[in-house]
Design a protein around this ligand. Sequence first.
Ligand code: GAL
Length: 662
Amino acid sequence: MELGICYYPEHWPREQWPVDAQRMRDMNIRWVRIAEFAWSRIEPSPGVFEWEWLDQAIDTLHAQGLKVVMCTPTATPPKWLVDQMPDMLAVDAQGHTRGFGSRRHYCFSHAGYQAQSQRITRAVAERYGNHPAVAAWQTDNEYGCHNTAISYSSAAAEGFRTWLAGRYGDARELNRAWGTVFWSQEIRNFDEIDLPNLTVTEANPSHRLDFQRYSSWAVARFQEAQYQLLKALSPGRPVSHNYMGFYTEFNHHEVSENLDIATWDSYPLGFTQDFFLSPQEKVQYARTGHPDVPAFHHDLYRGMCASVRADAPAHGRWWVMEQQPGPVNWAQWNLAPHDGMVRLWTWQAFAHGAEVVSYFRWRQAPFAQEQMHTGLNRPDFSLDQGGVEAAQVGEELAELCHTMCASKLSVRNRVALVFDYDGLWMGQIQPQGKDYNGLALAFRLYSALRQLGLDIDIVGPNAPLSAYQLIVLPVSTHVSPALLEQLKNTTAQLVFAPRAGSKTTDMHVPPQLAPGPLQSLLGLRVNRVASLPPGFEEVGHLLDQATTVTGWFEDLALHGAHKLATLSDGRPLVTLNDRACYVAGGLDDAAWQRLLESRALAAGLEPQRLPADLRVSRLGALAMAFNFSDKAIDWSPVGSTSEPLLGEPSVAARGLSIWHLV
Ligand code: GAL
């Protein structure tokens, strides 16, 4: 468990660098990420490299014993490069070329830019690959940020055609897979394929799905090229990339195949304001962030660089690369976190297994786009509240290091939530009901499980599942033969959300109808689906209590499954076939929680209904409790006999307690 910081030496006078480095060290910061946007300073003109300033910056950090996360600067190609090849710019869905003047303006498919990305990666890696301070790498910055994973450029069209030719071999096979006989969309050869934008009405869903897959593949190839260079030129240093929150435009499992550490950028208040939480939640958690927003991503990204060994739990190396330090600038409304939250978020990440939590950024920049984004320090160099709290965590880590280092802090979870990007895309492409949101559903189910005190691994559809006792599948719209095999062979309790198995890999209705290959496991068939507009509610009964059913409802024909819940008219709402449970409609949060609690009990787990806004985590012998509310909460872990290592027996408001269980 170590702290880090994002630092921009190029934004500050040189005489400040040693002072900054000394203060970082005094705050127990160990890692400094630099240079991800510094291309114009590294190479101010084509082929003219100015390394001297960066040499000095790295040496200054090194002199204080700080470890550097060196970045490739490819998120911000400089003006001269854009002018050299203007067609490297990305194109949006409306066909507009995206301009120079912010960042991430490149198109992943552009061969010329790919070559430039490799050239600058090689130059930076040759210069610093063996520098003793450089202990890790970051490729680029936040692939896809500002909607940039998908570009409708002519380079993308060309790349897409080649990719399709590789996937389908001949046009007849593509015509079959896309069902192009519908509306005379048939093509004679791959050259006739356009991108799925600017069509009169919706484009063919299989076409869209393949373009999404292609775009994801293009991100993965871009990443792989940098990864290979860095591994060759900087041996022994792990390569990371910083992912984003609630972002699903590319398949992160695929991109992570060429990554040693998955990191992500955690802005709990910004994400609470800008995503699908209810208006009440946005107010309630305005200054703490929703408790499960960071946790969901911690568990998601921990699953990225995971082992593929069948007997190993799906845990990979992961960090928080950017931790919100105070108000940000980019959300619709930018509140100040309550005092204590920066510390709480930091410890929460450690509780989920983060190796490093690194704050964004060391000091607020007084100029340019992010001048209203706080840092640990204010622009006048004084310490801001986030800095005070980061320093506190630094001291706590130093104090607890002895006990914590002696413990084996491995994550061993018994609950898996299967997160499938392909399945999510299918739901986004054809939502069928305007408000269907698979990501929001996955988050809701995750949150219900967390409120039951359960620790969760969020895993990809190819992850080994044998270690789990409860497996929840919120967005498995398509189920591959390999996943089906795993699900049949586990002894885990299984919970499937509506639409599971409802599409083939080509995004067709399966020949045997939904839930397709899951029919025998679930003992049912879906005869008909209906989406329900806002305000249209059905009433159902689940485990002796009523639930409202909103958004979605399916008519089932049961052949083996029995009803666990029904609509008022007796139609099945939730079914169970041996250990496989299927939910056929949009349940309310309380009903989901009752259902998941009963399935967790059936799985032999010990769910507990936690007090509101308290979350708990187990990490090896440590039990940790986090209180997001404004009042102290009495809670202690089962089996604790001693006082907490950190915090009080009653968990402080917006605070935490850590116990060491022996
Ligand atoms: C991240 C990005 C950083 C900075 C930050 C502001 O998305 O990686 O460069 O822009 O947001 O919150």
